[in-house]
Design a protein around this ligand. Structure first.
Ligand code: ADP
Length: 643
């Protein structure tokens, strides 16, 4: 009895040293497998120990190797023990040990040192190996509670989102997060930040763990803000699954689409999410990538294009995502040498898109910011024939994207406030940046992320002089009240300074309300001019605030009026695309401005009241503006429409 106690005490210190040397991620796996592996090690008798392990993710193979070796060594009485490792790889890189070959096992086992066979999740250990192993261990994806324990998160602290598993992280990310001297909350925030950065990078590069569909990667169901494109994406996933089951033929699957929209709106992410949800291979490519292939000679570029489609053909079904397809110029341009170059590239692309047989099982999604100059043949029926406009997210979508990137721990009303404020002005990529800055702010303060971090980063303090703020408030209130006068309630009025403006009024563009009548032109122009007019009427003079950039009030209203003169037939000519008559545009603008001044004078009290309210609250959302509009008789108190 005494001897047994001594044994345990001895092996305790030996074991402690081994366990202490493990990285945090290896410790996580060690705790999960130690029972089985140690029992097999202790009971080996005269046999050479053989342990077979299958790991939940190829990303974690190396960590599993460390954990299992530590468990064998900790249960072995000797200090030093050579262990032979054989790794069965799918496409993951073999970093340690030898490749797994069943026929080499007898030779390995004859060396009488323990032998460990490692398998990634998509690789089934052979039955014969299972039969002769002392232990066959399946390392399951670590549960949320185990990761939280590793991070030291107690009951009172924030938690990982429901359903989070170990595979959401790379081992190195956990190891960095669980650094010395960090509080549990700091660890959590750092972990979320570094894994978020990796996901963003992966989505940008289209890279991913080879041969996996990536449990940590978003699926369409997790995403917001895609409207029609999102609905199409869900349908495509259903079709791909029906095709794989043999219920429908390839001719019933939409095999091409074009996503058009501003940068950072998640076009790449959506294509990747389709592949994740459908469990199909994803290959991201672009013109820049083809061109960087070797010398960038035409032959190398077309070779690179073909290589992409050949790679897809080897991994069917697959999604090929071509980013920035607008860099490939349409044929027939004025520059003859560029035209010859791009003609060859477009022809090669068309061949790849049409290639009989090769295209079965390949969905091609292309993305660009502007599709005006794409070669018409690329978007013809049967090719990239479905076109989806992916715009900056609206209020509800923006709130969803913020929640997606911030996780729990932030007050829902704070997210809604920020979403109201920035609807129509921020992309998903901007949200990632704000979320990262907010997490950093929390980390520097030594705590987990809170509502105030989001507000401080997204809505920074206002350092402008009071007179400047009041002028901006009057200007924006002028725009908003003019809209209300036409029965439209804006969705937000903000006095928060952004990179592009000192304040903003956002309203839903109601396509139905623009009937193409002269009245519509007047309404839009008056609403645009009302900011400047409010400054002039209430403050005595206008500032330069309405002018400046191409998106300024004056630039927009000039475009509206010029368009009415030259294309809509409301000017002196019915000829479409007639030369702009500057004098006529000026006369029309001057008349519209005079009308706007009259409108502003009539609603001066309302504009001042709204400006005061905005100065008080900085941001007015849809509800506050609707209440104001009702209170001032702009909309019917019972029906919400024009009074
Ligand atoms: P695009 O291809 O349109 O330029 P990306 O797909 O590269 O945009 O988006 C950049 C990053 O912005 C994404 O990796 C993601 O983190 C974030 N993002 C963009 N749109 C969304 C969205 N709708 N939901 C969640 N995240 C988004």
């Amino acid at each position: 009895m005494q001897g047994e106690v001594d044994d345990i005490a001895d092996s305790g210190s030996h074991r402690d040293r081994i366990v202490a040397a493990l990285s945090p991620s290896a410790r996580l796996l060690f705790d999960a497998i130690d029972g089985n592996v140690a029992a097999a090690t202790r009971s080996r008798g005269e046999r050479t120990l053989l342990v077979t392990v299958r790991v939940f993710s190829p990303e974690w193979l190396d960590t599993a190797r460390q954990a299992v070796k530590a468990s064998i060594r900790a249960a072995w009485p000797d200090q030093y023990l050579p262990i032979t490792v054989l790794t069965a790889t799918s496409e993951s890189r073999l970093e340690h040990g030898y490749p797994f070959e069943l026929q080499r096992l007898p030779e390995m086992l004859a060396e009488a040192s323990p032998c460990l066979c490692l398998f990634p999740p998509d690789h089934e250990p052979p039955e014969m190996l299972r039969a002769i192993s002392d232990a066959v261990v399946e390392i399951a994806d670590p549960a949320r509670e185990n990761i939280e324990r590793l991070l030291g998160l107690g009951d009172a602290l924030p938690h990982l989102p429901d359903g989070t598993m170990g595979s959401a992280y790379r081992p190195l990310e956990l190891d960095f997060a669980v650094g010395r001297g960090r509080s549990p909350a700091e660890r959590l925030s750092l972990l979320q930040e570094i894994s978020g950065l990796r996901l963003a990078d992966d989505a940008r590069s289209g890279a991913g763990p080879a041969g996996t569909t990536g449990a940590a990667r978003p699926r369409i169901e997790d995403l917001h803000g895609y409207g029609e494109a999102g609905r199409w994406a869900l349908q495509l996933v259903a079709d791909l699954s029906a095709y794989r089951e043999g219920t429908i033929g390839w001719e019933d699957v939409d095999a091409g689409a074009l996503f058009v929209g501003p940068p950072g709106t998640g076009k790449t992410l959506l294509a990747q999410a389709i592949a994740n949800s459908a469990g199909v291979h994803f290959i991201a490519t672009s013109y820049a990538q083809w061109q960087s292939n070797r010398s960038g000679h035409l032959g190398d570029v077309t070779k690179a294009i073909r290589a992409v489609f050949e790679a897809a053909a080897k991994n069917l079904p697959a999604i090929v995502f071509i980013d920035e397809i607008d860099t490939v110029q349409g044929r027939g341009g004025s520059d003859r040498s560029a035209d010859a170059w791009f003609t060859a590239i477009v022809t090669c692309l068309l061949e790849c898109l049409d290639g009989i047989g090769r295209r079965e099982g390949v969905v091609v999604i292309a993305a660009c910011n502007d599709d005006a100059n794409l070669d018409a043949a690329l978007v013809r029926s049967g090719r990239l024939d479905r076109r989806f406009w992916i715009d900056l997210p609206d209020e509800a979508s923006l709130a969803g994207i913020f929640r997606h990137h911030l996780g729990d721990g932030i007050d829902a009303s704070a997210i809604d406030r920020v979403a109201t404020l920035f609807a129509g002005t921020l992309s998903g990529a901007d949200v990632v940046r704000i979320a990262r800055d907010a997490r950093r702010r929390a980390r520097l303060a030594g705590r987990s992320i809170q509502t105030e971090d989001l507000i401080a980063v997204a809505v920074p303090g206002d350092e402008r002089a009071p007179a400047v703020r009041r002028r901006i408030a009057i200007h924006e209130a002028g725009h908003a009240v003019a809209r209300m006068n036409f029965g439209q309630v804006p969705t937000s009025l903000s006095l928060v300074e952004t990179e592009h403006s000192g304040g903003a009024v956002v309203f839903d563009v109601d396509e139905g309300s623009f009937e193409g009548l002269p009245g519509d032109v007047v309404r839009e122009a008056v609403c645009m001019l009302a900011g400047r007019a409010a400054e002039e009427v209430i403050l005595g003079s206008p500032s330069a605030g309405a002018g400046g950039s191409a998106s300024s009030d004056l630039a927009q209203v000039t475009r509206i009026v010029a368009n009415a003169e030259t294309s809509l037939g409301f000017g002196g000519t019915l000829v479409h695309g007639a030369q702009i008559d500057g004098a006529a545009v000026h006369r029309r603008l001057a008349r519209l401005y005079a009308e706007t001044i009259v409108l502003v004078r009539r609603h001066r009290a309302a504009i001042e009241a709204l400006a005061d309210l905005a100065l008080d609250r900085r941001v007015l959302g849809r509800a506050a503006l609707a209440e104001f509009a009702r209170g001032h008789g702009f909309i019917d108190p019972d029906h919400g429409g024009p009074a």
